[in-house]
Design a protein around this ligand. Structure first.
Ligand SMILES: Cc1cc2nc3c(=O)[nH]c(=O)nc-3n(C[C@H](O)[C@H](O)[C@H](O)COP(=O)(O)OP(=O)(O)OC[C@H]3O[C@@H](n4cnc5c(N)ncnc54)[C@H](O)[C@@H]3O)c2cc1C
Length: 522
């Protein structure tokens, strides 16, 4: 069962070693361990609903409470410390497209805002209730889930938008297919959420970002039903799928999507290598991104993240031995770790492996085999659970991400980490392209006794890093989206004309301004 006031499955915990505790304390000092607020306190803050009934809705205080949060750092402050929040007036649960039509028509008639809710894993404030002047209804898509059909001749699956990652893979795998989309929030996030936030998964190098898999679909908007049949490419003017991708609930509710699926590979092989420093590691992954060899994943932890991974690892004894061994080979504290995956038939896998090993050698790296790779594969959705553990120890955790061209990757990563002074900040490159890479930075910082001081601290860190990104040629988000947290920076990056164009296309679908208002653009 999902934790309502933290990350993930209630049964999963991620304890850390005494060594890891000392490591963090040494890096950023001691944080304030808050006892936090309980459910009863938060429920006492839930205001009376502005409306009493709405089709397919439930008026349940706790349900309304949990639908008011995502997983951004301000969301954590709300459910952990009671920082001010607004809740939706009702939550409704459509079961099919007929229900969606009724919901959208009724909202239009009664001038009620609709906030589509997928898995509630947004990290940039997509689900916040911002427009308190009108009633707000959270539209929970959990009952619209499952595979509709699969065209095994054309490799296209039609999947309902409320389907979560594990169900998608389970049903496709049973037929010998995979979608190949594995964001770290995989356990709880949904297809509809992925599409409208332009999500990216761990195997993006092999299968692409969600926009590379989205072939078409259906969306219920206040101005009517929008249906795009599946296609790869067309010359029918502007590609209107691009308006659905990244729309963040602003134009309507996605009910189902045609997705490109791939045959499940026979073999998935994950291994790891060290490079002497960031320069050699970045050069190696740039070379890989510009080769035509179809690898499934490359993830390069820059040196500070490598230091973090090795010190926070649960298998301390093994890591200690490994560190000593690579030290003997001349690798210092500047070393960086690359984890890579190759998939396919055995002949292909052997060929890809020999290619990547030659690249590792060329750039002065050391292949260390499959142990770390296997551990990574086993724990790949577990890292975020560290957020719960660290919070209990008195530390806040947040992440941010950008994209920039290869000539700027090293420089921008360094500047972002520097801007996060006062926090332990570290980065990796995990979505690489022939022309550039995303940079994903995690920052851990001590919590303050007072919730407002913690908010101020987070806000100052986040603003400094975001300004650094904007001033140094990065995009404000590579795959988390805009929500409310990135709105100011979006204007700076894109300029007024772009935002005007975006807004007027939204208005074509929703001239009433009832779809997830005040997110993305005003
Ligand atoms: C621990 C953790 C790890 C993460 N890792 C990744 C990662 O690796 N890659 C990545 O890309 N993201 C990641 N994220 C961010 C998040 O998971 C993604 O943004 C995800 O796409 C959100 O999907 P969701 O179903 O949870 O949507 P929600 O959070 O419920 O909603 C997000 C937005 O989508 C809208 N929406 C949802 N469903 C629909 C629909 N059917 N129709 C119209 N609008 C809809 C909502 O209104 C909202 O604006 C992570 C988040 C967490 C907490």
């Amino acid at each position: 069962m999902k934790r309502w006031n933290g990350w993930g499955d209630k049964k999963v915990i991620y304890p850390i070693s005494k060594h890891a505790e000392r490591f963090i304390r040494k890096k950023i000092g001691i944080g304030f361990k808050s006892r936090g607020v309980d459910k009863a306190f938060l429920l006492s803050k839930v205001s009376k609903p502005k409306i009493k009934e709405f089709p397919f809705s439930v008026d349940d205080k706790f349900d309304r409470l949990i639908h008011s949060f995502g997983q951004s750092f301000p969301d954590w402050l709300k459910f952990k410390t009671g920082l001010e929040f607004n809740v939706p007036d009702l939550v409704c649960y459509p079961q099919n497209e007929d229900d969606l039509k009724v919901i959208v028509d009724e909202a239009k008639k009664r001038n009620v805002n609709l906030i589509p809710y997928g898995g509630g894993t947004s990290v940039v404030g997509h689900l916040e209730v911002v427009d308190g002047a009108k009633p707000n209804i959270s539209v929970d898509m959990s009952k619209m889930s499952g595979l509709v059909n699969i065209d095994e001749y054309s490799n296209i699956a039609l999947i309902k938008a409320g389907t979560k990652g594990p169900e998608i893979e389970k049903t496709l795998n049973a037929k010998g297919y995979t979608l190949g989309h594995f964001p770290q929030s995989f356990e709880f996030s949904t297809l509809g959420g992925w599409v409208v936030t332009r999500s990216s998964g761990q195997f993006s190098l092999g299968y692409g970002k969600i926009e590379d898999m989205f072939l078409g679909g259906t969306l219920y908007s206040p101005n009517g039903v929008f249906h795009v049949k599946p296609y790869n490419r067309s010359a029918e003017g502007v590609d209107l799928r691009e308006i659905v991708l990244g729309s963040e609930g602003r134009i309507g509710i996605v009910s189902k999507c045609y997705m490109k699926v791939s045959k499940l590979p026979n073999i998935l092989n994950v291994e790891a290598a060290f490079f002497p420093d960031n320069e050699s590691g970045i050069e190696a992954v740039r070379f890989i991104s510009q080769s035509s060899i179809p690898l499934t994943m490359v993830r390069l932890s820059l040196s500070k993240e490598t230091e973090g991974i090795l010190n926070l690892a649960s298998k301390r004894l093994f890591v200690g031995l490994l560190e000593n061994a690579v030290k003997l080979k001349g690798y210092s504290e500047n070393k960086c770790l690359m984890v890579y995956a190759v998939a396919g038939e055995s002949k292909q896998v052997n060929f890809y492996k020999s290619f990547i090993k030659s690249v590792i050698k060329k750039y002065g790296g050391l292949n260390i085999g499959a142990f770390i790779g296997k551990q990574w594969l086993k724990d790949r959705f577990k890292m975020p659970y560290l957020r719960n553990t660290l919070w209990d120890m008195g530390y806040g955790v947040d992440t941010l991400e950008t994209f920039t061209t290869w000539d700027n990757v090293k420089n921008l990563a360094k500047k972002i980490e520097k801007a996060l002074k006062g926090a332990f900040a570290f980065s990796h490159l995990s979505h690489i392209y022939p022309n550039g890479s995303s940079i994903y930075t995690t920052y851990i910082f001590p919590l303050e006794k007072d919730k407002y001081d913690t908010f101020k601290k987070w806000n100052s860190l986040k603003s400094r890093a975001s300004e650094t990104i904007v001033e140094n040629g990065g995009v404000i988000s590579h795959h988390h989206g805009i929500g409310v947290d990135h709105k100011t920076y979006l204007r700076q990056v894109k300029g007024d004309l772009s935002l005007k164009a975006m807004k007027s296309s939204f208005d074509a679908f929703d001239p009433y301004g009832i779809m997830n208002p005040k997110k993305l653009v005003d």
